[in-house]
Design a binder for this molecule. Structure first.
Ligand code: TRP
Length: 501
């Protein structure tokens, strides 16, 4: 139908309601990258729950299947962690390969990290670490934890267009890193097999050689494509991804394997070596970190000493109190439960903010039941309640309407109060001495797979690295052999040698 002036109606016509098409265009897609996590908006502007299946398909990462869980149980002899059973860790890359490697060579390197954006961690930050601790215990392998004080400084400055605001200096982020490190330690990591470091404190020697080499391999365009940077992004943030990437190479930490690091005092003794490069890495992390590790997987085979592609096990985000369209955020105090919160604060936050999937009235709830799929108290229970039976009972009763929102919240509050109180008790014992022990550069002590002799492959598997072979390699090998003056502490197994036992 045309208007009196003969023109078709448009949304711009004065006084006219916006056309359906115009409103529809207001619907937005979800945004998930290392710095932003939010569900899309529907046509009416309501925030939608994060669609993890769409995300997985976009990133093209395979699902974690029942087969993986069975294999995990067969290899470790233990039931998989509840976060894995409930598919809160839901996707992976090469998880099978890392298990193969563990069966043959007895160990791998675990690597995870944390961007210290404030002095207190919240429950969402704790989740990947809880899972990592479990993996470390079950596999009995070395673990490195990177605290990216540099990343958070650069990111914050970038956000402020270079302006230095109070409380956002380099030293502030370094201090956040130390505070966060104490929180991480209080989650129960075993000091003997865990090395924690801040980027400001540790990067040098082998690590810095890896950084420079990796920086030389990737272009601005590749980093922009993976991270969403543009020409106005500060140069520090542009080059930061190389750091998080090479942190996945075992050669960045020769001392944890008993080899010298070519840092300033010992540079003349240590060279990077092909065998340490061949130790594969498993990275537990939330799926927003995947873009980094895609970069490293695409380029690790091009390093002078190629490393295998790191394996990943990827989690969902712990839902914000406001609902499944966002994640807990340290900068939005009402979105998160902090590890510092008192029992009363936890209770108040759950009661006043936690989005409920319950019926609008008591009668409605009893008649139609509640929806645990969007209920935040239920979501938190799925992360923290250990018993599968109890959880499925809660779910069934909530759906039926026989369990009220009030009762569900009460259970959630009790479970979170218990977790946080136990954490705070351990946290009070993490002194500066304990912190220093975790930060000390040293050889880590681990036993790995009890069924095989723990050893290092002579070099990374060829098919994974796409490396070129030839004269240069032979020359490299000779050079590396010559440079390596220390006694090898772990046996190095040549290519076709079978593991003993
Ligand atoms: N970029 C991460 C963050 O902002 C920190 C990090 C560094 C990380 N290396 C990692 C996280 C490895 C997971 C795995 O929190």
């Amino acid at each position: 139908m045309a208007s009196p002036d003969g023109q078709p109606h448009t949304a711009e016509a004065v006084g006219a309601p916006p056309s359906v098409e115009a409103v529809k265009q207001a619907a937005t897609e979800q945004v998930i990258d290392p710095w932003n996590v939010s569900g899309g908006k529907d046509e009416n502007g309501n925030i939608k729950a994060i669609d993890y299946e769409a995300l997985r398909l976009k990133f093209n990462t395979p699902p974690l299947t029942d087969e993986h869980l069975k294999r995990f149980e067969a290899v470790t002899g233990k039931k998989p962690h509840r976060l894995m059973r409930r598919r809160l860790f839901f996707s992976h890359r090469d998880f099978d390969k890392i298990l193969d490697h563990y069966e043959k060579y007895g160990f791998f390197l675990l690597y995870t990290g944390r961007g210290p954006s404030s002095d207190s961690m919240h429950l969402g930050h704790a989740v990947p670490f809880l899972f990592t601790k479990e993996l470390q215990d079950l596999f009995d392998v070395p673990l490195v934890i990177m605290l990216t004080d540099d990343e958070k400084f650069l990111y914050t400055r970038n956000k402020n267009h270079g302006e230095a605001k109070p409380g956002q200096d380099v030293e502030d982020f370094e201090n956040f890193a130390f505070e966060n490190a104490k929180d991480i330690i209080a989650l129960g990591f075993d000091m003997k097999k865990t090395f924690l470091y801040t980027d400001y404190g540790y990067m040098g020697g082998h690590f810095y050689k890896n950084i420079c080499e990796f920086e030389a391999l990737i272009t601005n365009n590749q980093v922009r494509g993976a991270m969403g940077f543009d020409g106005s992004t500060n140069v520090g943030l542009n080059s930061y991804p190389a750091k998080q990437c090479v942190a996945a190479f075992a050669t960045s930490y020769p001392e944890i394997f008993g080899r010298p690091n070519s840092d300033s005092s010992r540079g003349m003794f240590g060279q990077r070596t092909k065998d340490i490069a061949a130790i594969p890495t498993l990275i537990p992390c939330a799926i927003d970190q995947e873009p980094y590790f895609r970069l490293v997987r695409d380029n690790c085979g091009r390093m002078r000493f190629p490393s295998p592609k790191p394996a990943l096990i990827l989690s969902k985000f712990l839902t914000a109190l406001q609902g499944p369209g966002g994640k807990m955020s340290a900068s939005d105090k009402t979105s998160a439960i902090f590890m510092k919160d008192t029992p009363n604060e936890i209770k108040k936050k759950i009661n006043s903010y936690a989005f409920s999937g319950g019926g609008a009235t008591r009668e409605d709830h009893e008649k139609y039941g509640g929806n645990p799929d969007v209920d935040v108290a239920y979501a938190y229970l799925s992360y923290f309640l250990e018993s599968d039976e109890e959880l499925s009972e809660i779910e069934a009763n909530y759906r039926k309407g026989t369990l009220s929102t009030g009762e569900l919240k009460k259970k959630c509050i009790a479970e979170l109060q218990k977790f946080v109180a136990e954490f705070q008790e351990r946290r009070s014992k993490v002194t500066d001495e304990v912190l220093c022990a975790f930060f000390a550069r040293r050889k880590l002590e681990f036993n790995g797979n009890p069924n095989v002799e723990v050893s290092i492959p002579a070099e990374a598997p060829v098919e994974q690295t796409g490396k070129k072979s030839g004269k240069k390699d032979k020359k490299d090998k000779k050079k590396a052999d010559k440079a390596e003056k220390v006694e090898k502490e772990l046996p190095v197994r040549e290519k076709n040698e079978e593991p003993s036992s």
